[in-house]
Design a protein around this ligand. Sequence first.
Ligand SMILES: *Cc1c(COP(=O)(O)O)cnc(C)c1O
Length: 306
Amino acid sequence: MVNPFKPSPLQKLEDEFLREKGIELYVKRDDLIHPEIQGNKWRKLKYNLFEARLNSIHTLLTFGGPYSNHIYATAAAGRLFHFKTIGIIRGEEHEVLTPTLQFAESQGMELYYMDRESYREKDDPTNIESLRTQIGNFYLVPEGGTNALAVEGASEIIEEIDIPFDFICTACGTGGTLAGLVSGLKGKNQVIGFSALKGADTLTPKVSELVNYVTGFGYTNFNINFDYHFGGYAKVNPELIVFIKDFKLKYKIQLEPVYTGKMFYGLFDMIKKDRFPGGSKIVALHTGGLQGLSGYMNYFSEAEIA
Ligand SMILES: *Cc1c(COP(=O)(O)O)cnc(C)c1O
């Protein structure tokens, strides 16, 4: 089995376009960390699992949608590291489970469903208390997995990169991974986040707050680009799908349309528009998330994406 504690590889992309632009581009392949506990979801879970174990808590409870990479990773990690796992899923129970939820169940995760209205209030302390009364004690991993321990886990990505670089890029949802990169860099270089969500204007202050909490410093060497969300979370268009297909043909790297496809699309567009000085060395983080592809097959034919 792949060892999730081993550094993930750094792969250089080479082609005519990048040579002409004078850009050196490397991909940090966190999609290769583990076949099931991929990418940033493992980074974010790691110290949370240590913390649960340290406190002798044997059950993990978390939240997510029916296609959530975080639900998938938590279920797999629970099985691998012997935690009982409970997933509170947004929305109604459907007769046919999504591939993500089928997998989660196969790993032993207990699934409960919460209507959308209650789900919005899920973090309310009285709700958490009532879950504890119903279920018993558990270690709470927030939706998307982002908390201070997650940021610490994600900051370790930086230590693993053994080349000098000028920019590092990541896709953003909750901003936990971005906060980890900023924390790990301690003020050096520039971090660019590509938001997978539309106009999340609370995202930048949230990242600053996480960085401040974890490092004690108010680093400002990051920015979040909102130009490449393609209309919002999980929204796609044919151009994005074509880009993902071409990317796989050219570089033999699979992307998905929710996060990594949008980031790489945005990054290549910025390179095309000369937004990076010639000679720049850029690291792009592949945050994984490929489990979701099987779910998207409900929307696109396999030939369109894979
Ligand atoms: C969850 C996820 C992200 C977003 O990470 P945040 O830390 O929430 O910003 C990015 N890419 C992939 C593949 C993900 O699964």
